[in-house]
Design a protein around this ligand. Sequence first.
Ligand SMILES: Nc1ncnc2c1ncn2[C@@H]1O[C@H](COP(=O)(O)OP(=O)(O)OP(=O)(O)O)[C@@H](O)[C@H]1O
Ligand SMILES: [Mg+2]
Length: 363
Amino acid sequence: MHLLKTLLATAVVQQTVAIPINPEPSLLLRSFSLIERGDPPPQCADDAATEEQGCFTLQDASNKDVRFALAPGQSFDQGIGQGHFSKVAHCVLKDGQDIAVKRFLRAPENYREVNEKSFQFLKELEGNEHIVKAFARGIVQGKVALAMELAPDGDAESRKMQGEFKGKENEKKMKDVGNQILDALAHMHSKGIAHLDIQEGNVVFIKDTAKVIDFDYALKDTKYRNSVPGGDGGDAAPEAFRGDDSSDSEELELTWEWALNRQIDVYANDVWTTAMMFIRMTTGQGFPEPGHFPNSGSERMVEIVVTDDANKRVEEIKKEWPDFSQEFAELLGDILCEQDRRMSMREFKEGFQDVTIYKCSEE
Ligand SMILES: Nc1ncnc2c1ncn2[C@@H]1O[C@H](COP(=O)(O)OP(=O)(O)OP(=O)(O)O)[C@@H](O)[C@H]1O
Ligand SMILES: [Mg+2]
């Protein structure tokens, strides 16, 4: 079936099942809904209601208007999340379905194209349940905005800080969430799309289902770039490290020389940043300080990466993370290496599925 038709058909099915016939929906009926729907927002009851009256309008993939209001107690300034470039608010569609609306902070001319690209990528990736669904995009109160599936149960950063993935006792949880994230990323790469900004703040949850968000930096069918997000500070792969001119550290300068003028393979960089995020999640750590291991700008990390012999890399990795099993260290050994020999996201996904992260006490 044509994609648009499939979407329309799905929407129609959801409408029929989700909208209760009686005005006071019973709990039973609600629990049968494919999508939970609350009360339709009164601000949008009148089709002619304006933004001043609290009803906003974005456009879906076929440029049809999608109407929604802020959820009670929400504002575009005080919402459920914020990043460097945007704030995210909990909103409600005209039919009562909860959604999240990301609204960029700066003028539309800076972000219209970025937002359109993100929307189109998310539409293309819609078949994967671990990639957030996008519903509509356009302008809200003069700023570029994106309406998407609401993931109300926190992001991987806040969960990591609570120790949810930390240590052997949470290995099952880490494996489960890791598999979901890799499923999303391998799917993305199979469609030629690289994310470029994989980090804990860009993984959100609906109960324990992970959803990858924030495609603002994503690229399609582009293998090499001169710079990527996180490259300057050493949070991206070491080949992306561009140093910091203000630093007088000799160690940083050495790494900078090694990485300078390298073309960065954006897919291999995604594999690196995903592995480093997994390590932070299992160890419960924050991002390392610039220059300190396992930051990509640290001399120690470069020392591991440039080692040609895979067994030697594994030995070094085991020294740094002594709790990790031989098999997990081996998996990491094929990631914490030069980009040309780094495993693909598909191989990472397949390898992670059966791996035991921590060694047994006898090992
Ligand atoms: N669909 C969603 N459901 C729930 N929360 C969300 C959703 N999308 C984003 N958030 C929250 O809002 C935060 C900011 O969103 P996002 O990462 O898209 O913004 P950004 O400005 O591009 O961020 P960055 O600083 O990473 O560039 C996320 O870290 C997350 O906590
Ligand atoms: Mg983000």
